[in-house]
Design a binder for this molecule. Structure first.
Ligand code: DGY
Length: 311
């Protein structure tokens, strides 16, 4: 049996499927995985990881025979791609199967910001509401919404916004054949939009793409939603903008230093925060797990994979 190094938690179903073909070694069963790999790493051609964990540089150094990294997420920014390419290692990920869920999470955060969901839920839960205590919230209908990154999930978000009579703008590397308005410059889109939803890829290329200037262009009535990666938004500038009324609201599923969320951000009433649950439903995590497992099994059987990361 081939050895498979697993960097984090996987579902029991994944473990059962993988155990039929691989001898599994979980990083969390080891006191010091990096030094264990120094001794045993040569025997591993396969690694299973996720966007939350990635592969630490010291793990990479200790895996000279690595052939395939199966990533149990769509985002692979936690893997050092230039190094992987240099070494000729194949990386797979789990696209498409999480489009519906992550787009629902974006909508959930957007609607919660517009309709002051947090305040109103707590108000009702207090046991007795006072008529007129809650300030009137704002409608989510008839808005102009900018999508940063119109990939598969971005398109699913646009589809879900259609019944809200939304004017949809988008920014990305190139114009697409879609019925939405393209903005080559992010700042111009932010100026035009009522709300902006970030669903672009993470990594060095997009780090702090949403900077202070962009957030100030969204403005005091603007809503910022991030379901991509925390690194895409300059978090400290965002906190300043939210505190000083330069940006209206933020709905955030991702943060710069997950799983830690700064106290200043947690203290802000004009935010809705969720713990990176974009794809976290039973159905979607099952589908992602099946795909991550099938990439490994197919490579073992036939030397090919189903969903390699883009070139
Ligand atoms: C992904 O798949 O990249 C999501 O962020 C869930 O981890």
């Amino acid at each position: 049996m081939q050895n498979l190094f697993v960097t984090g938690k996987i579902t029991p179903a994944m473990e059962e499927q993988l155990s039929t073909a691989f001898s599994l070694q979980f990083a969390y069963d080891l006191d010091d995985p990096a030094s264990w790999l120094q001794t045993h790493g040569e025997s591993f051609k396969y690694v299973l990881t996720s966007g939350h964990e990635g592969i630490k540089p010291e793990f990479m150094d200790a895996l000279p025979n690595l052939e395939l990294i199966s990533n149990y997420s769509v985002g692979y920014d936690s893997i050092n791609i230039p190094l992987i390419k240099e070494k000729g290692i194949l990386v797979t990920h789990t696209p498409n199967v999480l489009n519906a869920e992550t787009s629902t999470t974006a909508l959930l955060l957007l609607l919660a910001c517009y309709r002051d969901f947090n305040f109103n839920e707590a108000h009702a839960r207090s046991g007795r509401w006072e008529q007129g205590k809650a300030p009137l919230s704002r409608s989510a209908d008839n808005r102009t919404i900018g999508i940063l990154g119109l990939g598969r999930i971005g398109q699913a978000i646009a589809d879900k916004l259609t019944p809200f009579n939304t004017r949809i703008l988008y920014h990305g590397r190139s114009k697409k054949d879609v019925p939405y308005e393209y903005f080559p410059k992010l700042i111009d889109m932010a100026q035009e939009a009522d709300a902006m939803i970030c669903i672009t890829t993470g990594g060095p290329e997009t780090k702090h793409l949403v900077n202070r200037e962009v957030m100030e262009a969204l403005g005091p009535e603007g809503v910022l939603v991030n379901v991509s990666r925390g690194s895409v938004v300059d978090e400290s500038a965002m906190i300043d903008c939210l505190e000083n009324g330069k940006l209206g609201w933020a709905g955030l599923d991702v943060f710069e230093n997950e799983p830690v969320i700064p106290k200043r951000l947690r203290d802000l009433k004009n935010t809705v925060l969720t713990p990176h649950i974009g794809s976290a439903t039973q159905e979607t995590r099952t589908a992602m797990g099946n795909l991550a497992v099938e990439n490994l099994l197919q490579h073992l059987r036939e030397g090919t994979v189903l969903t390699p990361i883009p070139e």
